[in-house]
Design a protein around this ligand. Sequence first.
Ligand code: GLV
Ligand code: MN
Ligand code: MN
Length: 414
Amino acid sequence: MIATASVTGLMRDIEHLGIDLRRGGYSRPMFSTAEADLRSWFIAEAERRDLSVEPDLNGAIWAWWDLPNGNREDALITGSHLDSVPGGGQFDGPLGVASALVALDELQKREISRDRALSIVVFPEEEGSRFGVACLGSRLMAGAISPDVARNLRDAEGNTFAEIARKHGLDPEHIGPQPELMAQVGAFVELHVEQGRGLIDLNQPIAIASSIIGHGRWRISVYGQGNHAGTTLMSDRRDPMIAAARMVVKIRDLATGESDARATVGRLQPVPGGTNVIASRVDFWIDVRHPDDAVTAHLVEDIREQAELIAAEESCTMEFREESISPTVSFDASLSKRLQESLPSAPILSTGAGHDAGVLAASIPSAMIFVRNPSGISHSPEEYVEDADAELGGTALADALQPLLLNVSSRAEA
Ligand code: GLV
Ligand code: MN
Ligand code: MN
């Protein structure tokens, strides 16, 4: 057993990794040097605690605090992710990993009795910021994306997931569902920084999650005629950038007209991308979210229809492709009730942000704990957690995990 570390101390140990000097904040995409350094940091912390570190077939790292008899049946897992969006904050993901390490220290210090193994898991590519599909590691493990689709995902440079994975020691031929590993897991509790204003408004440091609103990603490619910026009269142009710009505004208007909907275009790429070149193609990505999956589907269909009209008006053509979809998730009621018993003053909050716990909730009883973010801002350098709240989070996670480590199966109760 090692002396209990602090959440803030662990966060400070990694605060120099992946600083994005151009954008501010942190950029820690999958398979980057920063992400590799973070993974090495986690493995070193796990080994310092004598945990058994086992990478899985999809690039997740599992650090097991085994039972003396080695039984991993109905195991409890906690953890989160270490990758980030471009120019993100330092807490989205790593806070859950640091808190898991501290919770484990705390449980060891308490000398609790337990009947279940505990594993801290670090899932890869939670943000989907390199290969486009969020929660790629947990989706692969749970069979929520086909290995073939995953192998052929491409990053912004056009490299496939398979090519890059192989270069980093992950065998792309063996990615995919891991039913035996999944069958060992009895429950998953993920701690995460809150990514909105829920806890600020309630003036509380810690919440328990009720649900994640459904969300998905779609890609529009608009095709026009690449041409010369000086010799092409305005009346002679088929400019996909103009069509894309009109589509972006239309998407905002359609989402604004649908109560509780959110639609975002955060990434747009003109091809070839020259100041004096009318683009021949523009690709952009839409993130659409709503608590009712039927409304999301309907809104996306409206977006597609309106985009077709705009493309035709601008003498362009377009392609519309779904890249990923995550239905609205309600977390396991009996597991959440047990968290409420351990954390009686924690309010219950829904979230608009996606998480690996949301993906695994379809097959494993899952729950989440949120820690207050006093800026209310996330996916941005302004994301923040006060030191005192970070420590409260670590203790809350230990308090939540402790009774679950006794032999009442959350899977059986679910
Ligand atoms: C991840 O944080 C997401 O909600 O996209
Ligand atoms: Mn995120
Ligand atoms: Mn996250």
